[in-house]
Design a protein around this ligand. Structure first.
Ligand code: ATR
Length: 276
């Protein structure tokens, strides 16, 4: 393995990114030689900056807001998942500086659920997804892979829900009827920004939700959102959002450093300390 492998995350602004903490933790833990940097790229300079990173010998990089779509046209190859989700969050620099774009958010979502609810299958069951933004598309792709039988989408802006539903073979529920649509689901997922610190609350009365349904919120700040606390009080299984962030980073790290890292207690604690 070459010495001093370079990787990083690109985005703008990057003040909030926890990725350097995660990847540098793993570099140290696995005794690797390398570094993972936060590289802020001001709008309008994406192509030049990425070319400079290739010249500088970066093995790859993560991509976050606002470049997850823009980076796609700079990639020489896109994985099936990146194409299906319509966004790239991970780029590997291959031979002759070729850029391979991938999306690991779907993996992160599915792996988070699998670890939080071991042995539980959602095959042929029904899921209700709140939201139809970028994060929702990664979740919808993951739900397809988990074998859900029926997927319902509800979003404040109905047109966006319709577009997402068409793409992933889901049905659309009017945002005003979201609570009743939970009455026979096995999985409820919030992918909206609602409930996040600094954002409005998500208004969702869970009294229609079956007792065996699981509730997942991809918001991780706070770790236990109102939605999750309400679900917990009713005795429903819950899945917090921090695991999606941690698990999406694993295959990306493997692509650059050649080791599939694990999420251990110490890393979780470190990240929670920073995130909350
Ligand atoms: P991300 O990439 O994190 O998904 P996004 O693409 O901006 O971010 O999507 C944010 C999601 O939160 C969308 O589903 C958005 O609904 P709209 O499509 O109607 O904008 C949802 N959202 C944000 N603020 C909201 C609010 N006040 N009420 C309802 N939904 C909201």
């Amino acid at each position: 393995m070459p010495n001093n492998i370079k990787a990083g995350v690109i985005g703008y602004p990057l003040g909030h990114s926890l990725s350097p903490l995660i990847h540098n933790y793993w570099i140290e833990r696995y005794g690797l030689h390398g570094h993972y940097d936060a590289i802020e790229i001001v709008p309008g300079r994406l192509e030049q900056s990425v070319n400079k990173m290739i010249e500088d010998g970066y093995a790859g990089f993560n991509v976050t807001i606002p470049y997850k779509q823009d980076i796609m046209s700079l990639c020489d190859a896109l994985s099936d998942t990146a194409q299906a989700v319509g966004a790239v969050n991970t780029v590997r620099v291959g031979e002759r500086g070729r850029l391979h774009g991938h999306n690991t958010d779907s993996y992160g979502f599915a792996e988070n659920i699998r670890r939080a609810l071991p042995g539980r299958s959602f095959e042929n069951k029904t899921a209700l997804v709140l939201g139809a933004g970028g994060a929702a598309l990664a979740v919808l792709h993951a739900l397809g892979g988990m074998g859900l039988g029926e997927i319902r989408i509800t979003n404040r802006t109905a047109e966006k829900a319709r577009r997402a539903a068409q793409r992933f073979g889901a049905s659309v529920i009017n945002w005003d009827r979201r609570e009743a649509a939970a009455q026979d689901v096995e999985l409820l997922v919030n992918t909206t920004a609602l409930g996040m610190t600094g954002q409005p609350e998500l208004v969702f009365d869970l009294s229609h939700l079956p007792p065996q349904a699981a509730v997942c919120d991809i918001v991780y700040k706070p770790l236990h959102t109102d939605l999750l606390r309400q679900a917990q009080r009713r005795g429903n299984d819950i899945v917090t959002g921090i695991g999606m962030l941690l698990h999406q980073a694993r295959p990306a790290f493997e692509g650059w450093f050649g080791v599939l890292p694990d999420v251990d207690e110490a890393l979780q604690e470190k990240i929670l300390e920073q995130a909350l």
